[in-house]
Design a protein around this ligand. Structure first.
Ligand SMILES: Cc1cc2nc3c(=O)[nH]c(=O)nc-3n(C[C@H](O)[C@H](O)[C@H](O)COP(=O)(O)OP(=O)(O)OC[C@H]3O[C@@H](n4cnc5c(N)ncnc54)[C@H](O)[C@@H]3O)c2cc1C
Length: 439
């Protein structure tokens, strides 16, 4: 045993791996996978530990890939950029800046590794934009037998369709080639919008603007709406002032919000009032800045989260039902519920696979029990064949998931072919994919 306990960001998953290996090259990565095979041990690559499920947990060899990070190549004319697998999203803007490039879209934070982000289907928002995995053009993968293969739309297309959102089940990604775009600015407008007005205009707003999302504050009639419009990099920047940015993003969204969550945890009766204050405190603001600065922001208040993708046109009814549920049960929910969208894509286990999607994300402060709330919301999204985010909490297993993904069985078949001994398995993958066929 390594005697080192690994803990995820949400503090709800931990493990003590038999050993921790930190390869600094593809050769070292291959050697680690081969050595584990000879010793009969399981292997689990891990990124930044920002998944809420036990997907990155192992009692075998934990492959921590922070040393396998950085830029391999960037071609400004094609926009193709190859990164080592452990590269953190937050480091990518500085790597791309000298080449005048940027990632096409991002999620809410940038702490994740590129491999962890794509492997679980991490996404941002935007009618015309898919999750981060849709930006991938080539993957280099170390398979269970220690061989190193590449895949793309032309080379091993089945593996490419599966491994872009591969759940860490098919092999260890050693590098990722992304289709980047010329660097751009985003003009952000954030403002409170009444709940009913938001629901009535949501689809129109999504169609009219590049990136649209909103948060509904439970127990209030208010949402906080955000729309971002893309502008060329040479457009005028109008960044938030340092003080405004500190007050909104650090003080209100993190420090004060954290204190209110702690208060709500101990005295749930105050949550209704606190949410009304929060919905008003985060007022309107407008700014224009580099894309990654506008899309991702710090999250310092720890929480546990469940997020489901639903068919786009069901989202407003789903949110209404969740609102009725919260009222009916008399729960006190301090975290706002987040709504985003994504374009349909062709990745087998992407939550937007072959389906134009909207996302509903529910959160609970990490010290507060979440299961009753999450399970009840899961029942609501289940009625519209919702698909859980692979890195966030849910209670489904392979039997439930198979009918929600057109290519689920193909993914499992490929997993069984590539990893017949379950080198990359763990209990979580056995639950969501089913354990492998042993003959
Ligand atoms: C505060 C917070 C905010 C978040 N915001 C968003 C958001 O806006 N949008 C969204 O969609 N999600 C979001 N998430 C979820 C998060 O993006 C995913 O859980 C993502 O997987 C985390 O990346 P990671 O590097 O931490 O991966 P980990 O959690 O460390 O690993 C996730 C999976 O990736 C696999 N993996 C890692 N590296 C490799 C590799 N080299 N090869 C093969 N498999 C690998 C692991 O084995 C595991 O199965 C958020 C999470 C948190 C905690």
């Amino acid at each position: 045993m390594s005697n080192t306990t690994w803990v995820n960001w949400g503090r709800n998953q931990r493990c003590t791996p038999a050993s921790i290996v930190t390869p600094g090259s593809v050769d070292e990565l291959v050697a680690a996978v081969r050595a584990a095979g000879q010793a009969g041990q399981r292997v689990k690559p891990v990124g930044a530990g920002h998944s809420f499920t036990s997907i990155a947990v192992t009692d075998g060899v934990h492959l921590q890939l922070d040393r396998l990070a950085g830029l391999v190549a960037a071609d400004p004319s094609s926009g193709l950029v190859t990164l080592r697998a452990g590269t953190r999203l937050r480091d990518i803007p500085a790597l791309l800046a000298p080449h005048g490039l940027a990632m096409e879209n991002l999620g809410d934070i940038d702490a994740q590794s590129i491999s962890g982000a794509i492997s679980t289907g991490t996404h941002g928002t935007g009618d015309r934009f898919g999750g981060i995995a849709t930006q991938v053009r080539v993957l280099e993968i170390v398979l269970a037998d220690g061989s190193v293969v590449t895949c793309s739309a032309d080379e091993r297309p089945e593996l490419f369709a599966a491994a872009r959102v591969g759940l860490g089940a098919l092999g260890v990604l050693s590098s990722v080639t992304l289709q980047c775009v010329p660097a751009f600015l985003l003009h952000a407008i954030e403002k409170p919008v009444p709940f009913e007005e938001m629901l009535g205009s949501f689809h129109e707003r999504v169609a009219a603007h590049d990136h649209v999302e909103f948060y509904w504050f439970p127990h209030t009639d208010w949402t906080l709406y955000k729309e971002d419009t893309r502008h060329p990099a040479d457009a005028e920047k109008r960044p938030l002032g340092k003080v405004r940015s500190y007050v909104d993003d650090e003080l209100l969204s993190n420090t004060a919000f954290g204190a209110l969550c702690r208060l709500g945890h101990h005295v749930p009766g105050v949550i209704r009032t606190v949410n009304k204050i929060s919905a008003r405190a985060l007022g309107a603001r407008e700014y224009r800045d580099a894309s990654h600065t506008v899309l991702a922001s710090p999250r310092r208040v720890r929480f546990c989260e469940m997020e489901y993708a639903v068919p786009r046109d069901t989202i407003t009814d789903v949110l209404r039902e969740v609102r009725q549920l919260i009222d009916r049960r008399g729960w006190r929910i301090s975290f706002p519920i987040e709504i985003r969208v994504a374009a349909a894509d062709d990745i087998w286990l992407s939550t937007a696979s072959e389906r134009k999607s909207a996302y509903i994300a529910v959160h609970k402060y990490f010290r507060t029990p979440h299961e009753e709330y999450f399970r009840a919301v899961e029942d609501i999204v289940g009625a519209v064949a919702g698909r859980p985010h692979w890195g966030k909490l849910h209670y489904l297993s392979a039997a439930d998931l198979a009918s929600r993904y057109p290519r689920f069985d193909d993914f499992v078949r490929l997993r069984d072919e590539l990893d017949p001994e379950g080198r990359f398995a763990n209990d979580h993958l056995d639950r969501v994919l089913g354990s492998r066929v042993t003959s």
